[in-house]
Design a protein around this ligand. Structure first.
Ligand code: SF4
Ligand code: SF4
Length: 232
């Protein structure tokens, strides 16, 4: 059984997961096209299930859900996260904060063709005593309060604001354009199906700013030498 299938089975104990949506997330619905919706400075890629005449939409279920914080896999920090979180935790300097609360980890993700994208990032430790060997394993985040709220909020890592989106930059007429799509890891019950994309209009407007801001911060972090990406 795949990791996503296992996660969906666990999710299904607490939430009703549409069987069509579940099949799609497991790669069993293949009649899918990519609907591109441009909102502000971001192009969103929304899957359209042609055979079912439905789009895959999303809205966060918090405070009824805090699953992404209970199953946190990795918290890469931007340089501004390091300043915000470090000062929120009362560290006097960034280096002191990084020594105590963060670690450097390298991981690979599928890349173009048969290659992979190798990323090295400074990550906020999600649990006491975390080491690089724990990177990518899903654990309850130590900053999750008993009320289901993040104790770092509003200064939580930018990557937490992004979830469940992932983003990248493409060149458009010589200009950099930010694109975003969903991550389907089986942990989020916020996905649903609808004929159109209108029900998600407000969410897309809100996330357009969040995603664009995060991508710019991530770029700045790389320019400052605090993260790196290479194709292997
Ligand atoms: S798992 Fe999804 S629905 Fe739940 S809090 Fe996170 S983003 Fe919201
Ligand atoms: S830092 Fe906060 S928002 Fe991010 S995973 Fe931890 S508890 Fe959740």
């Amino acid at each position: 059984m795949s990791g996503i299938e296992e996660s969906l089975d666990q999710l299904g104990r607490d939430w009703d997961i549409d069987p069509v949506l579940r099949g799609f997330m497991l790669g069993r619905v293949t009649d899918v096209s990519d609907r591109q919706v441009r909102v502000g400075r971001v192009v969103f890629h929304i899957p359209y299930l042609r055979g079912h005449d439905r789009h895959v939409l999303w809205g966060c279920r918090w405070p009824d859900c805090d699953n992404c914080c209970k199953k946190q896999g990795r918290l890469p920090l931007t340089s501004s996260d390091m300043i915000t979180i470090g000062s929120g935790l009362k560290y006097k300097s960034r280096s002191e904060f990084l020594r105590s609360e963060a670690l450097v980890a390298t991981h690979a993700e599928p890349g173009p063709g048969s290659g992979s994208v190798v990323m090295t990032t400074v990550n906020l430790k999600r649990m006491e005593g975390e080491t690089e060997a724990d990177d990518g394993t899903r654990v309850p985040c130590r900053f999750l309060g008993s009320d289901g709220a993040c104790t770092l909020h509003p200064g939580r890592p930018g990557v937490c604001y992004m979830y469940p989106f992932s983003a990248w930059i493409e060149s458009e007429g010589g200009m950099a354009r930010v694109h975003a799509s969903y991550q389907f890891d089986g942990c989020c019950p916020g996905f649903y199906l609808d004929r159109g994309t209108d029900p998600m209009r407000d969410v897309l407007a809100e996330y357009s700013g969040i995603i664009h801001g995060y991508v710019m911060e991530a770029e700045r972090t790389a320019r400052e030498g605090l993260s790196s990406v290479s194709i292997a």
